[in-house]
Design a protein around this ligand. Sequence first.
Ligand code: 0RA
Length: 644
Amino acid sequence: MAEEEKAEEENKAKDSKESGEYGANDIQVLTGLEGVRKRPGMYIGDTAVRGLHHLVYEAVDNSVDEALAGHCNLITITINKDGTATVEDNGRGIPVDMHPKLKIPSVEVVLTKLHAGAKFEKSTYKVSGGLHGVGISVTNALSEQLEVEISRDGKIYSQKYAYGKPTTKLTVKGSANKIGTKITFMPDKGIFSSVIFDFDILSSRLRELAFLNKGLRIIIKDERTGKSHDFFYKGGIKSFVEYLNKNKAPVHNVIYFSKEKNSTNVEIALQYNESYNESVFSFVNNINTIEGGTHLSGFKSALTRVMNNYGEKSKMSEGKLTSDDTREGLTAVISVKVKEPQFEGQTKSKLGNSEVKGIVDSVVYDNLNDFMEENPGVAKTIILKLISAARAREAARKAKDLVRRKNALFASSLPGKLADCSNKDPAQCELYLVEGDSAGGSCKMGRNRNFQAILPLRGKILNVEKARLDKIMNSKEITNLITALGTSVGEEFDINKLRYHKVIITTDADVDGSHISCLLLTLFYRYLKQIIEAGYLYIAQPPLYKVKKRNHVFYVYNEEKLKLLLNKIGKESIGIQRYKGLGEMNPDQLWETTMNPDHRTILQVTLEDAVEADRIFTILMGDEVELRRNFIEKHAKEVKNLDI
Ligand code: 0RA
């Protein structure tokens, strides 16, 4: 949507804020849905997996708003056998009265006009209309069929739509002894690359919503498989932190507090565990702010001050704790509800409202200070842990100085094993991280040396899930990698110094290869996360087979494609070679199949679901062998090509 259009709509919204009771008059009438069907990506991000599930979230967000307004405590999401999805709530029901100007029922306005919707009372917060909340009409616009059923005033009202346009009038379909809204829709096959809903994707976002809205029950049912989940958390984000730390070893009970200040609601839950990793998740109006923002800054600065104060007062301090020190082994959820959130950043997931920093800072400072005073036992445990983090940081700094000094002995500070490219513009440069010296050698010969650099990695790198920065800085393979990237690590990390805007993990398609990929992904996830967030990390897809038929050569990337190809070309007089490793390909083949930007496939690593990623890395790379085994057995189908 054009920026001016958006601004205009926002102004309209502000102008009509004074109104009191709900009713047709309170509904803002805006534009039609043609734009949504023309450029769906503008409204829901993409038309692939993410966009498809977005249709469900739009509907759910409206129900969550009804819950936030205090009128709904149950939302049920059903994936039906026929592939449709149903979102049902026990709220007041979308109004069915006539819209005075448009002379159509308000519900039809809500479903056919972009951004149409009631303005909620000033004392409540809205999810829809925030970052993603473009409105339920977007779901309607992108569905080939949609039916809305509203139960209120003892009646069930119903109306059907196709591609965003009503196909029936609003009619009374029967009598009702309950109230609420039920929306069932089938996504438009002409728009989405796939219209098959994924239970796990929906379930994980719905669990998050249930954590973030204490007391709201969210049920998801999959009629295709009989699977269902029932999410209800009395403890809200306190339960969220318990869930996040479930596979870790917590060192005290969850600390929780909340406060409303200057009409911003702040809710914080935190708990330290024995690991060295930080798992801090922040939310604004139920939206995961992966890029952080003012609420997160406020939290961090207060946390650092509280811990330093207590360290000094208790005479335990051995010197100043840095902000990073105070987040070692910390799991926390910061959830704020803001009236008019301003989102910034690359993915519009960073809170910009400057007033929120001070609000969160003071709420955290006051409450955490009190907690530390009142719970000296827990306070002491935490401070001891943070002091040990500070010692490790000091050791890491020394190790880093050592690396720096060692590097300075060479003419160039880049690692000797790096075959760098000649182009120096990061936007054009690629770094291949290649398993093994022999494959590394072939890649060096096969590459385009103008923009492709190669760093061979020998064997398995250190598992950073179980190590701290000081140990990590003593690992040659890892310091080589960080030096090649140019960003440094820890508090000195600087994404602007990244020397390549494509960093491509390239390993064999076997057990060792996937293990090395996991180790590298963990390193990036835990220590170089911004590289993932910026979209600079990729995984190469070298072929599994080479199929030769007379003079034709086909490179095949998975078993399924092999079957398809063999059906197409016939099985007579063909030769099939299975590549066991990258090392078996000669430089020309490596270039052709894995490195040539015109032919290769590289998968971008994204952080769709940060909570789930944290959980998976904890399980896959952590100490708990039993957990890992269970996880792999459960996900054996998905990871069969990973061979972890
Ligand atoms: C505007 C006004 C009222 C309810 C709603 C919207 C509403 C919308 C949705 C969308 C999904 N579920 C919903 N539940 C409620 C209040 C109407 C009244 O005065 O009763």
